[in-house]
Design a protein around this ligand. Structure first.
Ligand code: OFO
Length: 174
């Protein structure tokens, strides 16, 4: 069964949203370095890498189903300068993930309406992933609110965030 044009458009839109998520988190990672949170910056960089994996899942799926991949331009985030502390960065990330979750719910509605069970199956992986991503961010924000502006507390939390490892190996060395 071929993908409908509507479903192809939705998958391409989401593929580009995942690329944009990666770009957004890379900008956040950079901002966290400017704020001297090396661990949180590392955590966010790993998140940026993970979003690329999500994008590639959609990319491969479109190709596997005989669809046409359409890549869009990426826009740099305008808000970087407004994130003046760690908690506002993570709150912005949570707000972004909530939007992404809404996208997936709408795509599931479309897949069910079209009786496209293969796409629905793929989307269920993303729906579960979104639950995990939102829960992780909510927990982090709760910890940050608990710590407040305490220097030693923020230092320890930053160290904890530094332990996140990559799920992909992106070679940056020559
Ligand atoms: Fe791809 O999970 Fe975040 O956006």
């Amino acid at each position: 069964m071929k993908l409908t044009q509507k479903m192809q458009d939705a998958l391409n839109h989401q593929l580009n949203c995942e690329m944009m998520s990666s770009y957004l988190y890379l900008g956040m990672s950079n901002r966290l370095i400017e704020l001297n949170f090396v661990g949180a910056s590392q955590w966010m960089r790993m998140q940026a890498e993970e979003e690329l994996v999500h994008a590639m899942k959609l990319y491969s799926y479109l190709q596997d189903r005989g669809g046409r991949v359409k890549l869009a331009n990426l826009e740099a985030t305008q808000e970087a300068g407004h994130w003046n502390d760690m908690v506002s960065v993570f709150k912005a990330a949570l707000a972004h993930e909530e939007l992404i979750s809404t996208n997936f719910y709408e795509m599931v509605d479309l897949a069910l309406a079209e009786r496209d069970h293969a796409t629905n199956n793929l989307l269920q992986w993303f729906v579960a992933e979104q639950v995990e991503e939102e829960a992780t961010l909510v927990t982090l924000i709760q910890k940050l609110e608990l710590v407040g502006t305490s220097g030693p507390g923020l230092f320890l939390l930053d160290q904890e965030l530094a332990t996140r490892v990559s799920i992909v190996t992106i070679q940056t060395a020559p």
